[in-house]
Write a new protein. Structure first.
Length: 393
């Protein structure tokens, strides 16, 4: 990928280039790229990598709206009867048109609901595309020789299938709502699981403005803290890594709380793994190499000596975000990326020793998405304390 400043090892560059090429070629890969594009804030992209980022997302087609007949047919197939027999009303104009699904406003028993309908044929496209995932096996093993590439790719395939199964999303959203019900300032819309089907999801409609559309809470720091607490609590206490945090999914409600859409897109992880990750964060905050080595040993991710070698560059990269309250905005992310580039060399030398699990993949994805989301709020945030002090049920 042109424009990336750090000279990556050949095996890691091959893995990155292969993954991007597959995502751009496969229909469901383009759905994933469209989701990722919602996270990208141009102001948070360093000038030296803008060309590479633009190349990843360039030319993604805008999705065509589904017509009324297609939507009604999908609902009838899911419910076994015309939608007019189930809903009081269903508006023609969609609330959202996405690469993988379309959302309409409806009414159910006099209350406003969001009716999400999966695009016809995307399940078949996914089955065809998943065979391409095996193309990543060789470059993944070459880049990370200590990794169980087969286990990672199996989990990726399972998650890709889950992310287009709206019935599974409804049930997971119910679990997430229960897990974070005590987190102040967060609302998860109720999923009507009795109406869920593989191609249909019905939830309560949240009224407000998303971050993508310009919604901003009165207290950005409180809102950012609530988002961190929700993600940490779901993972640490319920073993659910939330995987669809993006500006278009955070609704600033009229009462000042934040509504989280897409909360049902999550992956089951081991809570013990989450607690080890939090121990590693505490070690970075406290500048404690021995504690980081202990966390690495507990995780069996890298040998203790490698963890000690990783501590100085990781600490240098993370310090401004974990040393107390700091402005977390687009500029902070640019600075983070540049520090990462400055201190990449010793970390890249440790890559062959990394033995991550699928849980680590999902927790890393979730963390990166949350950081990008928080920067849209530009809070003055003590990020480490917000994560480590997330309230227990």
């Amino acid at each position: 990928m042109r424009g990336v400043p750090t000279e990556l090892p050949p095996a890691l560059r091959t893995l990155l280039d292969t993954g991007v090429r597959l995502a751009r070629q496969a229909p469901t890969g383009r759905v994933a790229l469209t989701r990722a594009a919602d996270l990208v804030d141009e102001a948070a992209v360093p000038a030296e990598v803008r060309e590479a980022v633009d190349a990843v997302f360039a030319g993604l087609p805008a999705p065509e709206p589904l017509d009324r007949k297609t939507v009604e047919r999908a609902l009838k197939d899911a419910w076994g009867r015309p939608p007019g027999k189930v809903l009081d009303d269903l508006e023609d104009t969609p609330l959202a048109v996405r690469a993988g699904a379309q959302v309409h406003r409806g009414e159910l028993d006099g209350a406003a609901v969001a009716v999400k309908v999966r695009r016809p044929g995307i399940d078949r496209a996914l089955r065809n595309d998943l065979s391409l995932v095996e193309t990543l096996a060789a470059p993944l093993s070459a880049a990370f020789p200590a990794l169980d590439a087969g286990s990672i790719l199996r989990d990726v395939r399972e998650q890709a299938a889950d992310e287009i199964d709206l019935e599974s999303e409804a049930e997971t959203q119910r679990r997430v709502a229960r897990a974070v019900r005590h987190v102040e300032g967060i609302v998860i819309p109720r999923a009507h699981t009795e109406l869920a089907a593989p191609g249909v999801l019905v939830t309560d409609l949240l009224v407000g403005t998303t971050l993508r559309d310009g919604g901003r809470p009165d207290d950005p720091t409180a809102a950012a803290t609530a988002l961190v607490h929700a993600h940490v609590t779901a993972a640490r206490d319920a073993g659910l890594a939330l995987l669809d945090a993006r500006p278009g999914h955070v609704v600033v409600l009229r009462d000042g709380r934040l509504g989280l859409l897409g909360a049902g897109v999550a992956r089951q992880v081991d809570p013990a793994r989450v607690r080890i990750a939090l121990d590693a964060l505490a070690a970075l905050r406290d500048d404690a190499p021995a504690a980081l080595a202990a966390a690495a040993e507990a995780a069996k991710m890298v040998p203790p000596d490698a963890a000690r070698a990783a501590h100085p560059p990781l600490r240098a990269i993370a310090a401004p975000l974990v040393d107390g309250p700091a402005l977390l905005d687009a500029g902070a992310l640019v600075a983070l990326a540049r520090r990462g580039d400055d201190h990449a060399a010793p970390l890249l030398r440790l890559v062959p020793e990394v033995s991550a699990t699928p849980d680590d993949v999902w927790l890393t994805r979730s963390t990166g998405q949350v950081l990008a989301l928080l920067a849209r709020l530009a809070p003055e945030l003590d990020l480490a304390s917000a994560a480590l002090d997330a309230p227990a049920p």
